[in-house]
Design a binder for this molecule. Structure first.
Ligand code: AMP
Length: 421
């Protein structure tokens, strides 16, 4: 049997209502905050990601699905969206059309990670990018949107962590200070952190190793080495969160894996989904657009994983909206009348009702079973004695009451019955 590729999952019809529920909530939310949707291709030239995310990050160094196509171009399936959105922003000069672009997306992403619960190789993210503004109002808005969507989904067990990475100049100075501290503990660091010491020292904070964590307890933190503007920026973000009653923890060890962040970074972590607990992450990236060849333009954004949100909702027993029931099921009583049904069914469908009938020449009992399984509101019987008198019998499935209606005005009668139900 040929199966789906490891780490790629089918989303089967029974699970689709969960996706609709989340996607609808997301779209409504972004519409209220006036974010416009953007859709970019599934793949990009590899340079889009390697230049934006950084060669030394996990994503670029070991997780990307990269291949050379027949025209010898190196192509990568998108592992994250910010770089792709920025590429599109620059290519289409979106900044010339309006000075601030508030964008959102819902899209599959691809990373060749080791699959486990909550970690897939094809997964889905939704997120936002606000490009063109330096104001901390935007950092706060992005955090508030991410937080509020997760809250509105009905989740309770989650924590918002925020930090500031300041500007690259102070970060470079700080890296020297951190290096001086860690040099004295170099031999005790994990192998991974020893490598990171040389390649990307800040990422040692992402280490899960208990020995590293012990050493980091007394390490100097970047947040205590920020310049004045960065401190002011971060204070304003915190004030807006306070004013909006958004609870948060300042986590000075939150550096996040990617190179492009400046100022605010944040993560929302679930207490209910096991080891892969990050529901969402984001931050400001004031140098990325220039780095990818655009005019210097600031930006801030976030991405959240839909599979993880679903997992968290299941674990916290949060209800999803049920799919809507059928309005009408036509049950065929006389097999020779079957050609009549599509006409009546389609008239109702065309006025917006959800209608089904039998295609498999099933018995009346089996058709009723099907109508019940689909939680049908009204069953219309086609055939029998009533039919010879130009009538349909209609059964209201919630109370069992049967009514006879003239076939010629069955459309308006059924609409009235369904609306009044
Ligand atoms: P990141 O871009 O790594 O910060 O990811 C943002 C969000 O996407 C995470 O908080 C997760 O919810 C989700 N995510 C990232 N990687 C995966 C993965 N391999 N499988 C499922 N969800 C993921």
């Amino acid at each position: 049997m040929i199966k789906a590729v490891t780490g790629a999952k089918d989303i089967l019809p029974n699970d689709i209502p969960k996706w609709y529920f989340i996607e609808e909530l997301i779209r409504n939310f972004f519409s209220n905050y006036n974010y416009k949707e953007i859709r970019t291709p599934i793949f990009e030239e590899t340079a889009v990601f390697s230049r934006a995310i950084g060669e030394e990050t996990d994503i670029v160094s070991k997780e990307m699905y990269t291949f050379v196509d027949r025209s010898e171009t190196s192509i990568t399936l998108k592992p994250e969206m910010t770089a792709a959105v920025v590429r599109a922003y620059i290519e289409h000069s979106l900044g010339n059309l309006q000075s601030l672009n508030k964008l959102f997306y819902i899209s599959p992403m691809f990373r060749q990670e080791r699959p486990q619960a909550g970690r897939l190789r094809q997964f889905h993210q939704f997120g936002a990018e606000a490009i063109g503004g330096l104001s901390p109002l935007l950092d706060a808005e992005i955090i508030i949107i991410a937080y509020s969507i997760i809250q509105k989904l009905g989740l309770k067990e989650f924590v918002l962590k925020i930090n500031s990475l300041g500007i690259p100049e102070s970060r470079e100075k700080y890296k020297v200070i951190l290096g001086d501290y860690l040099k004295n503990h170099f031999d005790e660091l994990s192998e991974e952190s020893k490598k990171r010491f040389h390649k990307n020292i800040l990422r040692i904070f992402d280490s899960k190793s208990p020995e590293d964590q012990e050493i980091l307890k007394n390490a100097p933190y970047l947040i205590n080495h920020l310049d004045e503007n960065s401190i002011e920026h971060f204070n304003i973000v915190k004030t807006i969160l306070d004013n909006n009653k958004i609870p948060y923890e300042v986590d000075p060890a939150l550096v996040r894996g990617l190179d492009y962040y400046t100022h605010t970074t944040f993560e929302i972590v679930s207490g209910s989904v096991g080891s892969q607990s990050a529901l969402c992450g984001g931050g400001r990236y004031d140098n990325l657009i220039e780095q990818l060849g655009g005019k210097p333009t600031p930006g801030v954004g976030f991405a959240a994983g839909i599979e993880r949100l679903i997992l968290a909702m299941e674990n916290e027993a949060v209800p999803f909206n049920e799919p809507s029931p059928l309005d009408v099921f036509f049950v065929l009583l006389d097999k020779d009348k079957y050609l009549l049904i599509p006409k009546f069914a389609n008239l109702l469908r065309n006025v917006g009702l959800k209608v089904e009938h039998d295609y498999l020449q099933r018995s009346i009992k089996a058709q009723m079973r099907e109508a019940n399984r689909e939680k049908t509101k009204f069953v219309v019987f086609v055939g029998g004695d009533e039919f010879t008198r130009n009538l349909f019998t209609v059964k209201n499935m919630s109370d069992g009451v049967q009514t006879e209606i003239p076939i010629e005005d069955s459309l308006s009668s059924l609409i009235t019955m369904i609306k009044g139900n």
